[in-house]
Design a protein around this ligand. Structure first.
Ligand code: SF4
Ligand code: SF4
Length: 129
């Protein structure tokens, strides 16, 4: 699940809010996104992938939130690893590489997350894109 947004690195570009298939993030008052619906996160790493500032860390545990030490994450060099692994921001001629193959899986996960979230929040409906 998404574990931390590094406010000092964030530029407020909104890319993560738009990329998240599960509407986990809202743009906060200082334009830094807030994690508004963590229980809806499907650990798809899209927010981390789309963040051009490498300001997001998604922890690998899909079932439970993980408390991370931001300083340790910063020191570890893990920030931006997803982008580097996929060739984003490197000038690669084919920056998407194989990531598109995850599309159906991501859509299925998004629908499951919506269904699960609506069970506990029946008044909520996903915003139009
Ligand atoms: S990991 Fe996926 S579902 Fe979770 S906040 Fe990021 S984009 Fe949204
Ligand atoms: S994509 Fe990154 S820089 Fe842009 S708003 Fe989200 S956290 Fe901030």
């Amino acid at each position: 699940m998404i574990a931390h947004i590094f406010e000092d690195l964030c530029t407020g570009c909104n890319a993560c809010v738009a990329a998240c298939p599960d509407h986990v993030l809202d743009l906060g008052p200082a334009t830094v996104p807030v994690i508004a619906r963590l229980d809806q996160c499907q650990t798809c790493f899209m927010c981390e992938l789309y963040c051009p500032a490498d300001a997001i860390f998604v922890a690998p545990d899909q079932r439970a939130p993980e408390h991370v030490d931001p300083a340790a994450i910063l020191a570890s060099g893990q920030l931006g690893q997803m982008r580097r692994d996929q060739g984003w921001g490197t000038g690669d001629a084919d920056p998407l590489r194989e990531y598109w193959r995850l599309g159906p899986l991501l859509m299925e996960g998004a629908q499951r997350a919506v269904d699960r979230y609506k069970q506990s929040h029946p008044e909520w409906s996903p915003p139009e894109r």
